[in-house]
Design a protein. Structure first.
Length: 257
């Protein structure tokens, strides 16, 4: 299965679609005139780390509090019946929180629950579980102390691929993607043509949509669940113009539990 930001909307998570969507989720940034792609920029960790961690610290606590919606349970049930892996651009860790093992999820943009050293001291990315970031809700600025590298003490940042990001440490994601590709090759060698369910993946950054289309190319068995952009090119699949819960529930009813 493949998932973009729309997968989390039914759980109450924002999808940051356009500046208005971002500003509705984070009103203080409207006053600052900052769009999502401007605040989700690694340069702020060097120039204004309190502002940078204000944004990512708020998101980290939001994702920690969020319970996966019932659509995740449908996917988990399918995973007990058929070989299943997840490819997602989401950094929220919701699939793992819903019970998917970490080694069955490929997070192509990284994870907010993992940190890396901004000084590139050689420390491998580590879990953010021991870090708490206090954010002023009016200014959206983080209060010291900010997360730091356990090895050298330098400022830490989320292990996420940001906009214009030359400092991302990609090794963890590279290992996930390698495992994902190996699994796909094994399916092909076994003569298995996978069915792909794609959920909430938009066209603005089409990484997930392309992955889904390529994965389903041999079978044409693609179901695209997307409220605004459900069309599947060349009729190579089925598009459902609905939310994640509605689409997954409808499919589950059709295939049976």
């Amino acid at each position: 299965m493949c998932a973009g930001a729309g997968m989390g909307v039914d759980s109450g998570l924002p999808d940051f679609r356009g500046p208005e969507g971002f500003w509705r989720a984070h009103p203080p940034y409207r006053d600052l005139g900052l769009r999502f792609e401007e605040i989700a920029d690694p340069v702020h960790f060097a120039e204004d780390p309190e502002l940078a961690w204000g944004f990512y610290g708020h998101r980290l606590e939001l994702y920690r509090r969020t319970e996966p919606h019932t659509g995740f349970a449908v996917l988990r049930e399918w995973a007990t019946r058929w070989p299943t892996r997840v490819f997602t651009s989401n950094v929220d860790g919701q699939f793992q929180r819903a019970g998917f093992p970490d080694d069955a999820v490929a997070e192509c943009h990284g994870s907010i629950h993992v940190l890396q050293c901004t000084a590139h001291c050689g420390r491998q990315p580590w879990s953010a579980d021991d870090d708490t970031v206090v954010v002023d809700p009016e200014t959206m600025r983080a209060q010291p102390p900010l997360p730091s590298c356990p090895s050298c003490g330098s400022l830490a940042r989320p292990n996420i691929l940001m906009f214009g990001d030359a400092d991302w440490a990609p090794d963890r994601t590279a290992r996930q993607l390698q495992a994902h590709r190996s699994w796909q090759r094994e399916l092909r060698l076994d003569g298995i043509r996978p069915a792909v369910v794609e959920i909430g993946a938009g066209t603005a950054i089409p990484t997930v949509r392309r992955e889904a289309e390529i994965a389903a190319a041999a079978s044409g068995a693609l179901v695209r669940i997307n409220v605004r952009e459900p069309v599947v090119r060349h009729g190579r699949g089925v598009g459902l113009a609905c939310t994640a819960i509605a689409g997954l529930t409808a499919i589950a009813t059709h295939v049976g539990h």
